[in-house]
Ligand binder design. Structure first.
Ligand code: FAQ
Length: 315
């Protein structure tokens, strides 16, 4: 092992951070680019299911909350692309890979938001799962990713609360509103469990990512944490989770639960989920529609650089 590699291993063993200027193994860099890019793309594509409801929110208050949440997601995407750029890739390149389906985004955003109850349930379950998965990433061994995650997690926590607060209002409303919450929970429960990734036995990246301190827990550990956290919240809402075998296991001090349909997960990952084509087509269109902004920003930057060069030459 050469000195650079030994230094990297020592930093990881001492639970300190790797910074962009530090030497790192090619595979460590590659894994981080894959995960951070996938995470950034998820935030950007993740604006679509909720964005669909901004114009149909039932009150000004609900609209303002939803707008703020969706804007936060755009911001998260930007922090994450910036974190990925410290690894030597650029945002343009990552965006191209997303729209050409060469990089992934989270499976969860390939499901449609069909009713306004979905806005509450996405906040409760999807952001709840995102928090479970992302809080440990604040201790990720790669400094820029870990630091980006601190702010993202604070905002995700607001997102989860706004969802739960909306559901509390709905379950205290009419019978129809309560039914809407139950129906929406029934649809989002299983895809939310899939967000944590495949079971540990089928997860090719977990072991190495844990050894490098990129991931701090396995997919199954985090999924279990999410189930245990969510069950009492469902009880407080007075609704049921759609798993007849969900029950507390005294011996394990955890809930037993049914696995989601992993064939469905694979199908969604391979592009045949309910909204895959729609999500990518929308993202592609937005990228094309934004071409003039990128061109204008590029022309402006060139003009500024030429002006600075002229001023320097005169001085
Ligand atoms: N969807 O070996 P593993 C959010 C892929 S942000 C799609 O276990 P790993 C905020 C995986 O990439 C949600 N693909 O992989 C929000 C790998 O692909 P490969 C996003 C998935 O990386 C809320 C293959 O399967 N969060 O929700 C999924 O060790 C509301 C094998 O899997 C993050 O990205 C999936 N669910 O663990 C926004 C968090 N699971 O190798 C708007 C950071 C796995 O074939 C509204 N990421 N794959 O290229 C992570 O923690 C990890 O990457 C995991 C996967 C845990 C997602």
């Amino acid at each position: 092992m050469d000195a650079l590699e030994a230094r990297f291993e020592e930093t990881i063993a001492a639970d300190q951070r790797i910074e962009p200027r530090d030497w790192m193994p090619v595979a460590y860099r590659r894994t981080l680019i894959r995960q951070i890019a996938q995470h950034a793309h998820s935030e950007i594509i993740g604006m679509q299911p909720e964005g669909n409801w901004i114009l149909r929110a039932p009150s000004l208050r609900r609209k303002a909350i939803l707008l703020a949440k969706v804007q936060d997601e755009a911001g998260h995407g930007m922090y994450l692309y910036a974190a990925a750029e410290t690894l030597g890739v650029d945002r343009e390149e990552l965006t191209e890979k997303l729209i050409e389906s060469k990089q992934r985004y989270s499976s969860i955003f390939n499901y449609p938001a069909l009713s306004f109850a979905d806005i509450g349930v996405i906040g409760w379950l999807v952001d709840g799962a995102a928090i479970c998965n992302q809080v440990p990433l604040c201790r990720c061994s790669y400094g820029p990713y870990a630091r980006a995650m601190i702010r993202i997690c604070k905002e995700e926590s607001f997102h989860q609360r706004q969802g739960y607060e909306l559901l509390l209002a709905m379950v205290h409303g009419t019978d129809t509103q309560r039914e809407m919450v139950q129906e929406s929970t029934n649809r989002w429960w299983w895809p939310s469990l899939m967000m944590f990734g495949p079971p540990d036995g089928d997860s090719p990246n977990t072991q190495q990512s844990m050894a490098w301190g990129i991931k701090r827990h396995t997919n199954d550990e985090l999924r279990q944490r999410f189930v245990d956290m969510t069950v009492p919240q469902a009880t407080a809402l007075g609704i049921t989770l759609p798993d007849p075998d969900l029950r507390w296991n005294e011996e394990r001090q955890a809930h037993d639960y049914t696995q989601p349909d992993w064939d469905e997960f694979k199908a969604v990952l391979s592009g045949s989920g309910p909204c895959n084509a729609q999500r990518l087509a929308h993202r592609r269109r937005a990228h094309e529609n934004g071409a003039w902004v990128r061109e204008a920003a590029g022309a402006y930057a060139e003009k500024q650089a030429a002006r600075a060069a002229r001023t320097e030459a005169v001085a």
